[in-house]
Design a protein around this ligand. Structure first.
Ligand code: KMH
Ligand code: ZN
Length: 284
């Protein structure tokens, strides 16, 4: 199945939790199974079609524990039609083996970061051998990767990966430009535009603006025919001095901008065909 790469709607991905913020610091961060499910349900209703999941344990700490990951995946699948995209990035402290093992939870999709990057004061490590192993395992397991790009050079790595190891499962290359991370590319229209010539032929892209870059990155992405990722993983301030109320508020803003751009949010069915992911009934 070769999904359409020129699609008029906007893929809206919600990244509700992440691995960095503490529940104690951000009370509205969804960390329990019930909170994640409620968030997923609300965000689908408002226009999200993909959820990028980092899982928290019963103590609200980031975890890659497979039983817990499976529990959250099953609960989100039970309550929504969202494309379930597990993070293979986890937290910067997670060992490669645990990051690879999340694929055992059989998500529809998973993130695949294309290089090591300074991540604030930390280092988010993604050596070539891990990239190849994640890519190969996703191909073998029928999991669609979302290629995460924190810097321009990681797009050259994507081209090298595709040349040497072939196309992803589903046949469509979709990239998420992760912008505004202290250590990665800036979250600006100039940086986004600089990346576009280096996208592989036929690839589509979304953009994530971290922190206060969320709004300019959304506007730049929409103007360039790109798609959107928003959520409390990446942004905790809605406007200067105004904390984000919840993930639904961020998804509502993204869906609203998409409609203004005459590219309304994609349905979950359209998102699956766009990304080359098997239909919902096949995963239930
Ligand atoms: N939490 C970051 C260290 C991903 O999910 O693939 C890595 C991250 C990327 O969030
Ligand atoms: Zn993530």
């Amino acid at each position: 199945m070769t999904p359409p790469t020129s699609i008029s709607g906007t893929l809206v991905t919600v990244a509700p939790t992440g691995a960095e913020s503490a529940k104690a610091d951000v009370p509205s961060l969804p960390v329990t199974v019930e909170e994640v499910v409620a968030t997923a349900r609300d965000c689908q209703r408002i226009g999200a079609s993909v959820i990028h999941l980092h899982v928290r344990d019963t103590e609200t700490r980031p975890t890659l524990d497979l039983a817990r990951v499976r529990e959250v995946v099953a609960a989100v699948r039970e309550a929504t039609d969202l494309v379930v995209q597990l993070s293979s990035g986890g937290a910067v402290t997670d060992p490669f083996e645990a990051r690879l093992a999340v694929l055992d939870a059989e998500p529809d999709a998973a993130s695949l970061t294309l290089g090591t990057v300074n991540f604030g004061r930390d280092v988010f490590s993604n050596p070539w051998h891990l990239i190849v192993e994640l890519n190969t395992q996703m191909q073998q397991r029928g999991i669609v990767p979302e290629y995460e790009v924190f810097d321009l050079g990681q797009l050259a790595t994507l081209t090298r990966l595709l040349d040497r190891h072939g196309p992803p499962h589903g046949g469509h290359v979709h990239v998420d430009l992760v912008m505004g991370v202290p250590g990665g590319m800036p979250g600006t229209a100039q940086a986004l535009t600089a990346c576009l010539p280096f996208l592989p032929e036929g690839a589509t892209f979304a953009a994530t603006g971290v922190g206060r870059t969320s709004l300019p990155v959304m506007l730049a992405a929409l103007s360039a025919g790109g798609h959107l990722r928003v959520g409390m993983e990446d942004t905790l301030t809605y406007a200067p001095g105004e904390p984000v109320r919840d993930n639904a508020q961020l998804v509502a803003r993204a869906a609203g901008l998409a409609r203004i751009a005459q590219r309304p949010p994609l349905s979950t069915d359209d998102a699956r065909s766009f990304l080359g992911i098997k239909p919902m009934e096949a995963v239930r």
